[in-house]
Ligand binder design. Sequence first.
Ligand code: NAD
Length: 488
Amino acid sequence: MALNWSPKNLPKHIFINNQYVESQSHNKISVHNPKDGSLIANDVAVAGAEDVDAAVAAAEKAFPAWRKVLPTERRNIMNKFADLVEQHGVALAELTRVSLGAPYEAFGAFEVGLCAEAFRYNAAWIDKFGGESWPQDDGFLKIVRNEPLGVTAGIVPWNGPVGTIGLKAAPALATGNCFILKPSEKTPFSSLALGTLIKEAGFPPGVFQILSGDGSTGALLASHMRIRKVSFTGSIPTGKKIQEMAAKSNLKRVTLELGGKSPAVVFDDCNLENAVTWTANAITANTGQVCFAASRVYVQEGIYDKFIEKYKEAMKTKAKEVGDPNEKGVNIGPLVDEAQFNRVRGFIERGQQGQGKLLVGGQRIGDKGFYLEPTVFTDVDINSEIHCQEIFGPVAVVKSFKTEEEIMKLSNDTNFGLMAGVFTQDINKALRVASDFDSGMVGVNCVSLMFMQTPFGGSKESGVGRECGIHALKAFTEPKTIMINLTY
Ligand code: NAD
């Protein structure tokens, strides 16, 4: 069956109990196309308190039966949903592209594939996430059950609107929870379109619901007394507010996937071509709007000049790949909207006023839409904002270093701890440095990548908890210990 949603027929209503319904709140969101700034909708629903309550009530009603659905049946529903997401991948990516600007080949296809894969991966865990039991030598048999929490919620950002849903909704649903999704106000359409697929896949009413809205809707979910968990991906300031709301309401469980300013450390003995390719791709994929982008590149002085020459060339080549995301051969689209564009340009302008030396880029491309040249600063002041803050655009800083000791200190001297990379052909050094990084993820001769099986997330202010692998299932369940007295 064809998906009847398209840029000419955008989904704008909330999805409760397997129905698209008008929101009770009369607030609406406007969404623009970043390729030219044109208005594409000014009437997308903002779910208010009554809508959130209605979704929670529907989820509570659905939960007792959903948690007891046969594992094989739940698996089949999730796999069917994955098939549908894949089948309608081109249409879903287009619904993302109209508001995010991400080209299909370079990002849209990956993102939709990530969502489908997350559903399949977690569906395969359903009959294998077995709990524990402990011996009865002391007279008591102990059984530990992994129990679902009940009504859970996911609040997602705009930079990977479909993939992020998979990372949250799939483990939540696989473990028997009901799940309420709150997409970003900047990219609501592909998320809202999933309602049609949720119903077609066979999720019972109330199990998987979607509430579009802005931060006000997110706050209602985070502070709701009957929601037991919120899994959030977004900025650090919002993450902190969510943790506070969770604590002040019902101490709901919280997973936070937040920002980064990830270092890539390139040693003299690396494979130079490989290091340049990974670091250049890392900061330009999705126009640099990636939480784990390697945005601080530290290069040892012996290869610094050669690296700079090649990195500059790579960025100039990338600049030729910037353009209208609908056109073939374009790999890098615009920034998501005017606010993000102005924010990134502000960093670039201030960066040129004494924070560092502009090596390449820095200019707007064209005179409409929000396109920017991939940009690199060298000789940066280590206390400057371009060196310390997350820019969330195609802007990297490069700095030379002498010793491993010096650069590990600088790499870890930050409140972020999401991703790090080390480039060297010395296995001892690679492993030593990998263990010395204070971050949730480390790439050796690669950087800014993820896998479905392994924990995804950050240390320090980059987050709390982990997604992917068994960690995601644990994050959506509560262990319950049952103690059986065998002594009478
Ligand atoms: P954001 O924090 O502004 O918004 C994220 C989501 O939170 C949106 O859905 C928004 O509506 C909602 N929200 C805003 N205010 C809220 C509030 N007070 N209460 C509840 N919800 C609220 O972030 P963004 O600009 O959409 O995304 C960019 C940020 O996300 C960057 O910092 C990036 O590094 C981070 N990010 C992290 C990861 C990761 O996995 N670690 C992945 C992608 C993006």
